[in-house]
Write a protein that binds this ligand. Structure first.
Ligand SMILES: [Zn+2]
Length: 305
């Protein structure tokens, strides 16, 4: 089913790559999953056989495929997914609140990988650009899991700044942050505006690490290369959540140390959830009024326990 790359078909694509579902049926060769299991899909399919896959770099699989883009995703009542993409989460699901929270496990795991790659620790001063789900969960993780010394976040939308405030020391609008003269050990660029890296590169302290997540198709230039060399600053790309990060994120949730649901600002349920989402989007609900994470319940019966 996933052997060759494919274009997005003219007939359309089922989008969506963050979610949770219940196994409805399994193939005859499948023993690790059974109907009724709760599972969370990774957003990337990987082959498990190429050089990156064999060396633990599954995120960089040479023939990786993106769920909801290169094959049909989760905005549907059923999805046909290979078992290698799925993490069983049944033992963390005690009721509907867990289902809603774990629907965001995928962006949590992506943020966790970014935090891990920047080697953040309790003395780290952390700067995050972007208060969407990845940036917001990175702030939550920096606070709850890494106990970082200082966590600042830059985000243009008021509501998102309010939502992430409890995980941060300072939350700035981009205009406010331009006046800041703080120094940081970690920068996580999750806004998609890679120019933030160059714009604020001199704020990076010695030994600093920069993780870049928001793919935007633009070039990155760094004016202050001497600052990078002198201070041994690294810039690295960071993608997806394979390589065990989903499992680690699940363990954090099960330990009770990660309130994933606190960043879920709306649960859209009811008889026609996709139509309701369409209304929200047409009304501009993804712009100034945007919240952080909206969960769409496509099968209301699945939330009855
Ligand atoms: Zn591979």
């Amino acid at each position: 089913m996933l052997s060759a790359p494919m274009e997005i078909p003219l007939a359309g694509r089922v989008i969506g790559h963050e979610g949770i579902g219940k196994v409805e049926a399994v193939g005859s060769q499948i023993s690790q999953f059974a109907p009724g299991d709760w599972v969370v899909p990774a957003s990337i399919w990987n082959c498990g056989q190429c050089q990156p896959c064999l060396t633990g770099l599954e995120n960089q699989c040479e023939i990786s495929r993106l769920l909801g883009l290169e094959f049909d995703g989760l905005f549907a009542n059923t999805a046909d997914l290979p078992p290698s993409m799925l993490l069983k989460v049944s033992d963390a699901v005690g009721g509907p609140d867990d289902v809603v929270a774990l629907s965001a496990l995928e962006p949590v795991a992506t943020a966790l990988q970014a935090c891990d790659k920047t080697q953040m620790h309790e003395h780290s001063r952390v700067l995050i650009f972007g208060g969407g789900p990845i940036g917001a969960y990175a702030a939550m993780l920096a606070r709850c899991s890494y106990s970082c010394q200082k966590i600042d976040l830059v985000e243009p939308i008021d509501k998102r700044r309010q939502l992430v405030a409890s995980w941060c020391d300072e939350v700035y609008s981009p205009g406010q942050f331009a006046q800041s003269d703080q120094y940081y050990d970690v920068m996580i660029e999750a806004s998609g505006d890679v120019d933030n890296i160059n714009r604020h590169f001199l704020k990076m302290a010695a030994g600093g690490h920069i993780a870049v997540l928001g793919r935007c198709g633009r070039s990155l230039s760094i004016d202050h290369v001497d600052h990078m060399i002198t201070n041994g600053i690294t810039v690295q790309g960071c993608r997806g959540q394979l390589g065990g990060y989903m499992q680690k994120a699940l363990e954090l949730y099960k330990s009770g140390s990660l309130p994933i649901a606190s960043l879920i600002s709306e649960v859209v349920a009811g008889p026609a959830p996709l139509e309701r989402l369409q209304q929200i989007l047409i009304a501009g609900g993804y712009g100034q009024a945007a919240q952080c994470k909206r969960v769409l319940v496509l099968d209301a019966a699945s939330l009855r326990f």
